[in-house]
Design a binder for this molecule. Structure first.
Ligand code: TYM
Length: 329
C-alpha cells in the first residue's frame, strides 16, 4: 500500500482553510483502499509557537476531535500525536545533518517572520526560535519516516514538502535508495482559502473562521467576509469570490451550479452570505456536535491516540533501525 501522510499543528482552532485545504482532501484520498493514511497532530511543531502547556494540550485534543468528528476511523487510519512517536524526533536529528542551512534560510515560515521584522525595522531574528528555523526538517522526518508517496496539504506547505524531497535526495545519494520521494497533493481549486479580510486564511492573521464555531457566531463571521461594493443587482464574478469558493465546498453540485448562475446574474452579497451560512451549517451541525462530545472526554481521545502511536511506531522503529545502520550509528 502507498502511504499518505499529513499533519496539522495545534496553534489554534482548526479553521476553514485547514479543512478545505487539507482535511477534506485527505479524507477523500483515504477512501482509496490502495492507500494507508497516516495522519497526525504536529504538536512538536506547535511548540514553536505555543508556550503554555495546558493550551498546547487542549489544542491538540481539539485537532484529534476534529478529525474524528469529520469521519476519520481510528481503526483504518494510523492517527497519533507526533510527540508520542520518538522515532520521528530521532530521525529529525539525523536529517538535520543532511539539510543545508541555506535551504532552511529560504523556508517560508522562517522567512516570512524575518521579512516582517525587517519591514518593521526590527532585528531580523526577533522572535525566531531555532525550532521555527528547523521546522521543515522535522516535517521531513514526519513524511520520510513513513515512506509517504502523497502529502495532501494547502499551497503554503508545498515548499516544505519540496524541502523534504531535497533532504531525501541528499541522503539517498550518500547511502543509496532509502527514502521514498514524496509528492505534495494540492487541490487546484482550494489551495489557498481566503480569510475574512481577503488575505490567506491563517491563524497568524487573525482572519479565520473556525470550523466548529457555534451556529450564531458562524453566521456573524460569514457576514464579516469582505466583499466588493457592487450593488445587489450587479453581476458578480463567482470565481474571484470567497463566498462562492466556500459555498461550493459544502453544497451539492446542482446547488453550486445554481448559485454560480445567480451570482453571475446578480444577487446581493447579504443574500449570498445567508445561503452560504445555510449550506455550511447544514453540513457542519452533526460533526460539530460530535466534536463537542469528543473534546469533553480527553481520556477517550488519549486512548485512540496512544493506540495510533503504537501502530506508527511498529512501522517507524524497524525503518529507523535500518537508517541508523546505514549512517553508522
Ligand atoms: P498548518 O497546521 O499550518 O495547517 C494545516 C493544513 O491546512 C492547510 N492550510 C490551508 N489550506 C488552504 N488555505 C488556507 N488558507 C490554509 N491554511 C492552512 C495547510 O497547508 C496544511 O496542509 N507544517 C504543517 C503541519 C505539518 C505537516 C507535516 C503537514 C507538520 N508536519 C507533514 C504535512 C506533512 C502546518 O503548519 O500546517
Amino acid at each position: 500500500k502507498k502511504t499518505i501522510v499529513t499533519g496539522i499543528k495545534p496553534t489554534g482552532k482548526v479553521h476553514l482553510g485547514n479543512y478545505i485545504g487539507a482535511i477534506k482532501p485527505a479524507l477523500e484520498l483515504a477512501k482509496n483502499k490502495d492507500y494507508q493514511p497516516v495522519y497526525f497532530i504536529a504538536d512538536y511543531h506547535g511548540l514553536t509557537k505555543i508556550h503554555n502547556g495546558e493550551e498546547l494540550r487542549d489544542l491538540s485534543y481539539g485537532i484529534a476531535a476534529t478529525w474524528i468528528a469529520l469521519g476519520l476511523d481510528p481503526a483504518q487510519f494510523i492517527f497519533y500525536r507526533q510527540s508520542d512517536v520518538p522515532e520521528i524526533f530521532e530521525l529529525n536529528w539525523i536529517l538535520s545533518c543532511f539539510a543545508s542551512k541555506g535551504l532552511l534560510n529560504r523556508a517560508h515560515a522562517y522567512k516570512s517572520m524575518v521579512d516582517a521584522n525587517q519591514q518593521a525595522g526590527r532585528d531580523p531574528d526577533t522572535g525566531v526560535n531555532i525550532g521555527l528555523f528547523t521546522y521543515p526538517v522535522l516535517m521531513a522526518a514526519d513524511i520520510l519516516l513513513f515512506k509517504s508517496s502523497l502529502v495532501p496539504v494547502g499551497k503554503d506547505q508545498q515548499q516544505h514538502v519540496e524541502i523534504a524531497r531535497d533532504i531525501a535526495e541528499v541522503f539517498n545519494k550518500a547511502y543509496g535508495d532509502t527514502f521514498h520521494l514524496p509528492t505534495p497533493k494540492i487541490e487546484k481549486d482550494s489551495s489557498v482559502i481566503l480569510g475574512l479580510d481577503g488575505r490567506k486564511m491563517s491563524k497568524s492573521y487573525n482572519n479565520t473562521i473556525p470550523l466548529f464555531e457555534e451556529s450564531k457566531k458562524l453566521k456573524k463571521l460569514i457576514n464579516k467576509i469582505k466583499t466588493d461594493s457592487l450593488p445587489p443587482e450587479a453581476p458578480k464574478d463567482p470565481d474571484s469570490s470567497t463566498i462562492f469558493s466556500l459555498y461550493k465546498q459544502f453544497a451539492e453540485e446542482a446547488e453550486t451550479k445554481d448559485f454560480h448562475d445567480r451570482l453571475l446574474k446578480g444577487i446581493g452579497w447579504g443574500e449570498a452570505k445567508q445561503e452560504l451560512f445555510q449550506v455550511m451549517d447544514r453540513f457542519l451541525s452533526e460533526p460539530r456536535e460530535k466534536y463537542h462530545e469528543l473534546i469533553s472526554s480527553p481520556a477517550q481521545l488519549d486512548d485512540i491516540l496512544t493506540a495510533g502511536a503504537d501502530k506508527a511506531r511498529n512501522i517507524a522503529a524497524p525503518f529507523l533501525k535500518e537508517i541508523r545502520g546505514k549512517v553508522g550509528l
